[in-house]
Design a protein around this ligand. Structure first.
Ligand SMILES: Cc1cc2nc3c(=O)[nH]c(=O)nc-3n(C[C@H](O)[C@H](O)[C@H](O)COP(=O)(O)OP(=O)(O)OC[C@H]3O[C@@H](n4cnc5c(N)ncnc54)[C@H](O)[C@@H]3O)c2cc1C
Length: 400
């Protein structure tokens, strides 16, 4: 159920979530259909169609969002529709490049899961990540970008001055240049039972769509970065109490100053310093967690059915494993002058010029945003890099 709620929430689709076990005003004949199907959740679309336990593809399909690329070849293919990819799409299409944007999940990337982005210029009251992403999506469509949702670039090969990318549906997308803006994904705890409780008490990321199910509950958030801080602030408006579980002895090393102050001022948030979650227990859903204090070396059990994991992520660059794209030991894409330190770059780069600032070791293949080695990990910088990458795409295209 969570993936559907999360997808709709991040896609800024209004919906009502009805628990069949609670009093509700669903007509009896419709209730019978749903109960007889016995396969929840059931989604009723605006045209009245009921679909039992749909996949995300089915939901997106019914909303008219599943499109296939219309051309065989594009000037530019962009992978990832977070802030970097969306910004690149807007600038590329507005400057006349035939552009396709591929997104494996929901538009907006990590930013789309943020309840309130308060440090993005131009929005003094803040803006929800989903709304910012929806505005960018509309802007990109206005300029003629093709957006292909729920498709993933799984590997790419480079020949004839073009990138050929295999997508999950088996098709191949060809473009003269590409921008990889695939961002990062939250890390896992790697604890026993973590998979079993996924979406049944354990959620990766800030999970804003889950907030209304946290009324009166004790919510635990692991992580001390801005995403965890924002989540704590947001959930405090719903939960009985919010516990931020952090390894370190302070928040100021990892959290923006405005969030440190905000959290200190919210009475139902408690920061558990020097703390690490070590065990997960429960029956069908998560029931309790064991927290180890790395200062006092003590362990305590805490009852909870809501644990949000907002710890440092891993870059989405598995697609690069099978080709010659140079990454650092953690998988981040290396671009520009940082490539000069790599002996394999010296051996493979054949051009007279050096790579542009956001260009990888393959001419015409660029990286922007969080996926790039040494990137800033902020919405504004991802947006800036998306725009900058497009300028460098133009420079590259002028040379081929
Ligand atoms: C909860 C939360 C709150 C935050 N709050 C703030 C804030 O207030 N201010 C701030 O400046 N920053 C904030 N950040 C950080 C900011 O959101 C990120 O730095 C920013 O989103 C990075 O943008 P990106 O486009 O590089 O990558 P991402 O946002 O990670 O987007 C990458 C996209 O690529 C897609 N993708 C991955 N692999 C593939 C593939 N193979 N094919 C196709 N698509 C793929 C993913 O599904 C994703 O949509 C927050 C992050 C989180 C998680």
């Amino acid at each position: 159920m969570y993936p559907i709620r999360d997808f709709l929430n991040r896609s800024v689709v209004d919906f009502e979530w009805v628990d069949l076990d609670e009093v509700n005003d669903i007509p009896a004949n419709k209730l019978d259909v749903i109960r007889n199907a016995g396969n929840y959740p059931t989604v009723e679309f605006p045209d009245g169609v009921l679909v039992c336990n749909p996949t995300l593809e089915e939901v997106a399909g019914h909303l008219g969002w599943i499109n296939k690329p219309t051309y065989q070849e594009y000037d530019l293919s962009i992978y990832g529709a977070g802030p970097a990819g969306l910004s690149a799409a807007v600038y590329a299409a507005s400057e006349g490049l035939k552009t396709v944007l591929i997104e494996k999940s929901a538009i907006g990337g990590q930013a789309g899961t943020s309840s309130l982005i308060e440090n993005y210029m131009g929005f003094p009251q803040g803006i929800s990540g989903a709304e910012l992403a929806e505005r960018a999506r509309q802007q990109a469509l206005k300029f003629g970008v093709e957006i292909v949702l729920l498709q993933e670039g799984i590997n790419g090969t480079f020949y004839d001055n073009k990138i050929h990318v295999n997508l999950t549906d088996g098709s191949t997308l060809v473009a003269k240049a590409n921008i990889c803006a695939t961002g990062v994904e939250y890390g896992k705890l790697n604890l026993p039972h973590e998979e079993r409780f996924l979406h049944k008490g354990i959620y990766y990321g800030a999970g804003a769509s889950e907030a209304c199910f946290c009324h009166g509950k004790d919510v635990y958030i692991i992580g001390g970065g801005n995403s965890a801080g924002q989540a704590a602030s947001y959930f405090s408006g719903f939960a009985r109490k919010v516990f931020m579980v952090i390894r370190k002895g302070n928040l100021s090393d990892t959290l923006s100053d405005y969030l440190v102050k905000r959290i200190a001022g919210i009475s139902n948030i408690e920061v558990m310093y020097h703390s690490e979650v070590k065990e997960l227990e429960g029956d069908d859903i998560l029931g309790r967690i064991k927290i180890f204090n790395n200062k006092t070396l003590t362990e305590t059990w805490h009852d909870t059915s809501k644990l949000f994991i907002c710890i440092g992520g891993n870059p989405n660059t598995e697609w690069a494993a099978a080709n010659d794209i140079i990454r650092d030991v953690n998988g981040y894409l290396i671009t520009g002058s940082n490539l000069l330190k790599f002996p394999e770059f010296q051996a493979s780069w054949k051009l007279d010029r050096l790579p542009y600032h956001l260009e990888t070791c393959v001419p015409g293949s660029f990286a922007a945003g969080d996926v790039r080695f040494n990137s800033v990990k902020r919405v504004a910088s991802a947006v800036g890099e998306g725009a900058m990458a497009v300028t460098q795409v133009h420079q590259y295209l002028a040379t081929i």
